[in-house]
Design a protein around this ligand. Structure first.
Ligand SMILES: NC(=O)c1ccc[n+]([C@@H]2O[C@H](COP(=O)([O-])OP(=O)(O)OC[C@H]3O[C@@H](n4cnc5c(N)ncnc54)[C@H](OP(=O)(O)O)[C@@H]3O)[C@@H](O)[C@H]2O)c1
Length: 269
């Protein structure tokens, strides 16, 4: 974060990270603490949250509150609002996602509902509730994690890709709409990133895929872009690949390439 006092002034004193226990969310936590922001860390696994909070507090003089909470819960926005009603939250980072890989039919209706709750409904409801708090104080920020997968339909992750498209379009619209209230909204479009979730999905190597990023690099680029642009594609190679796929190729050809690449990564051998 380039100018820490300015950043803390605009987006502090507290930041809430939804999906904070590992990967990109934990990297956001680390970098926001380094910038001097206090943290509300939300995820399901309390022990991971506490381990992260202890490690961060050993290194930075910040306060941290941990909340074990399933973001698929219908009452998620009320619950998080109540749990933070005594805090001045200036930044919301919505990082969690649910993205089962495999056949559309192998995923149950409940899994499809869960995906919509975690990836679409919760970010909208948190942006709505916490956005009003940011509006009332006249400044703040919202970051929604998006994905290169959201730029086109993709087999084996069809519903996840559609939900990530939703997140990006939501972020872009809110970015323009909330600017007059002093609220900076950013859609952070990541490509393959070495989070535990991604690594555990055992992707097969694909010669044409851009190199994977580290979670720290993604968080750093997002925080640097906040307040400057409505969305950022992290990683120079991801930006190049995306330019090629979205601007140079006809959409139908881009769809074919993505389908082939994803089948190679996750399809049957
Ligand atoms: N990794 C990639 O290659 C990649 C690529 C492009 C975009 N992205 C985007 O980047 C973000 C993070 O990716 P990731 O791979 O680290 O995702 P992830 O598996 O969703 O993990 C992120 C964090 O969210 C928490 N989380 C997940 N579901 C939750 C729920 N229902 N309630 C509360 N917390 C929940 C996890 O902790 P708990 O399990 O403890 O709850 C974890 O701390 C996602 O929005 C994803 O779409 C990732």
């Amino acid at each position: 974060v380039a100018n820490k006092p300015d950043f803390r002034q605009r987006y502090g004193p507290w930041a809430l990270i939804a999906g904070a226990s590992e990967g990109i969310g934990a990297a956001f936590a680390e970098q926001l603490a380094q910038a001097g922001l206090n943290l509300v860390l939300v995820a399901r696994r309390q022990e991971l949250l506490e381990g992260l909070a202890t490690s961060i507090k050993q290194r930075y003089p910040v306060e941290i509150r941990t909340l074990a909470q399933d973001l698929a819960s219908p009452a998620v926005a009320e619950t998080l609002e109540k749990a933070t009603s005594d805090l001045e939250v200036g930044l919301i980072v919505y990082n969690a996602a649910y993205g089962p890989i495999g056949s559309f039919f192998d995923q149950s209706e409940d899994e499809h509902r869960r995906l919509l709750s975690v990836n679409c409904l919760a970010p909208v409801l948190l942006a709505h509730r916490f956005g009003q708090r940011l509006k009332a104080r006249g400044h703040g920020g919202i970051i929604l994690m998006c994905s290169l997968a959201g730029f086109q339909g993709t087999p084996l992750i069809a519903h996840y890709a559609a939900s990530k498209s939703y997140d990006l379009v939501l972020a872009e619209g809110l970015s323009a709409e909330l600017k007059p209230y002093g609220i900076d909204v950013l859609g952070c479009v990541a490509g393959a990133t070495l989070t535990p979730n991604y690594v555990n999905s055992n992707p097969k190597k694909n010669a044409f895929a851009p190199p994977e990023q580290k979670p720290e690099a993604v968080a750093k680029e997002a925080l640097a872009a906040l307040g400057k642009v409505p969305f950022v594609i992290t990683g120079s190679q991801n930006r190049l690949a995306s330019l090629f796929m979205r601007r140079l190729l006809p959409r139908r050809m881009a769809l074919r390439i993505m389908a082939k690449a994803t089948m190679e990564m996750y399809g049957p051998k």
